[in-house]
Design a protein around this ligand. Structure first.
Ligand code: HEC
Length: 214
């Protein structure tokens, strides 16, 4: 009699365990941030790619940043200096972009916009800082170009007599780093140069391109 009861209890336990494991497999996966509070849900059956990982991280960080505005360098820089917003691409939500990406989601569009704005904001921090530009004389670009005025990004490429050749915007940025700023020339592909170019272009949003114009 006793043995029956033990066997019955064991069977019940196994059944409940199996049911629990199955239920867990159907639930979405909840991923928690290092703060132990912020969470996001992930579809367990979706393929795990670098992109899907980046989306999870971006979603968690976006929530965390909303909750910690003081830790948000982007917001801080934007309060100090006006930075033009990138285009809003909501019109492409739901469109397919070829086999490898699938459908564009609202989250995709928000991520693209946030990343693009972040690059321009990074450029703004460099543009406004003699230290970031490596200036020996504490001069930064904004001292003569407030909000990137008169940088005329839309006129590049164009012939620049002081360089003796056709200049791209980055060539002119480097010329200005060397000359009024007395800073350290940047590699064309360096993160600072890319960010400076992004910021200067961003500030000319809406201006018609007219390369070569003086
Ligand atoms: C001391 C003042 C001063 C500083 C500092 C300065 N610029 Fe300039 N910048 C000028 C002036 C003046 C011109 C116009 C020169 C001309 O007409 O050829 C100019 C021209 C330019 C141009 C070309 C504009 C055009 O019409 O094609 C760019 C781009 C530019 N600066 C970017 C920068 C950047 C980036 C920095 C910082 C790394 C910087 N400048 C720092 C004064 C300054």
């Amino acid at each position: 009699m006793k043995r029956h009861r033990i066997l019955f209890a064991l069977a019940a336990l196994l059944l409940a365990g199996g049911w629990y494991v199955k239920a867990e497999a159907d639930d979405p996966l909840v991923v928690q941030l290092c703060d132990g509070k912020t969470t996001t849900t992930v579809d367990k059956s979706a393929p795990k790619t670098k992109e899907s990982g980046q989306k999870i991280a971006a979603d968690l960080m976006a929530q965390w940043q909303r909750a910690h505005p003081e830790a948000n360098w982007i917001a801080t820089e934007r309060e100090k200096h006006s930075i033009v917003e990138p285009a809003d691409n909501k019109n492409v939500i739901g469109r397919t972009q070829g086999q490898s990406y699938g459908q564009v989601t609202e989250r995709d569009v928000l991520n693209w916009q946030r990343e693009t704005l972040a690059m321009a904001v990074h450029g703004s921090t460099v543009f406004h800082s003699g230290d970031e530009l490596g200036s020996q004389i504490a001069v930064s670009c904004d001292m003569c170009h407030p909000d990137a005025a008169n940088t005329h990004a839309e006129t590049y490429p164009k012939f620049q007599p002081q360089l003796g050749r056709v200049a791209l915007l980055r060539d002119m940025i480097n010329w200005c780093i060397e000359h009024p700023v007395r800073g350290v020339k940047l590699e064309p592909d360096s993160p600072k140069m890319r960010a400076l170019e992004a910021y200067i272009m961003a500030q000319r949003k809406g201006t018609a391109m007219n390369y070569g114009a003086r």
